[in-house]
Write a new protein. Structure first.
Ligand SMILES: Cc1cc2nc3c(=O)[nH]c(=O)nc-3n(C[C@H](O)[C@H](O)[C@H](O)COP(=O)(O)O)c2cc1C
Length: 209
């Protein structure tokens, strides 16, 4: 299928109808999320896949009153690590060794580069780590559309409350956004079939030859 057509099909769904998305489609979206690029390849985040009705309702009531939270089939919560610990790097490098086995010298050099970057960036690390999750968001939206699954990225939630509900602080995690996946309610989703509001390409893109 044509990805441009898929992007034209998708929209930020405002109301979902509760219908279940088949497991294979969810698995493909999760696989795509895992294949998203991240700076230095760190993937320093987690993705929660919430199917539990009570938990969705609690999130809706306490942290985010947007209908797709309860109307969706699967609620994805993206959460970035708030710090890059030595333990995290140990695990990352044992993964690199298992997958590529590039040798100790290469690993030591690459690790030093990451540690230098981390130590230099101090307070900005949390922000930088959070930004990585948005790349996966873009990819998730494309693949969901390709599977004709509706979605809506949501940042409009009370972060402190959501983090608390999901026990994120004790795992050094913090929610960046939520992505409900499901099917639009054809009567109530007022965004369905609305024309896209996008700039003309000439106003967005400047070509320098
Ligand atoms: C990071 C991010 C956060 C967003 N947060 C919300 C939100 O809290 N609620 C909502 O209804 N839409 C939210 N949106 C959807 C945007 O409003 C929507 O993508 C934009 O208006 C363009 O419309 P379209 O996606 O239908 O093409 C968010 C989008 C992004 C990328």
């Amino acid at each position: 299928m044509d990805l441009i057509e898929d992007l034209g099909w998708r929209h930020a769904c405002k109301e979902m109808n509760g219908k279940k998305v088949p497991r294979e489609k969810i698995d493909r979206i999760l696989e795509a999320i895992n294949l998203a690029p991240t700076s230095l390849g760190l993937q320093a985040y987690k993705v929660l896949v919430i199917e539990n009705k009570d938990l969705k309702e609690q999130i809706y009531k306490e942290a985010c009153q947007q209908q797709p939270i309860t109307g969706c089939s699967h609620l994805l919560v993206f959460a970035a690590f708030t710090q890059l610990t030595d333990k995290y790097l140990d695990e990352y490098f044992s993964l690199i060794e298992r997958k590529r086995n590039p040798g100790k010298e290469w690993c030591d050099k690459y690790r030093k580069r990451i540690e230098f970057f981390r130590d230099k960036n101090g307070d900005n690390m949390e922000n930088w780590l959070a930004r990585q999750t948005y790349i996966a968001l873009g990819i998730a939206c494309v693949i969901a559309a390709n599977e004709r699954v509706d979605s809506v990225p949501i940042e409009g939630f009370d972060k402190e409350i959501l983090n608390k509900i999901l026990n994120f602080p004790e795992q050094h995690l913090s929610a960046t956004f939520i992505l409900p996946l499901g099917y639009k309610d054809l009567e109530l989703d007022w965004m369905n079939n609305q024309p896209k509001v996008r700039k003309d390409l000439k106003d967005l893109i400047e070509v320098i030859e």
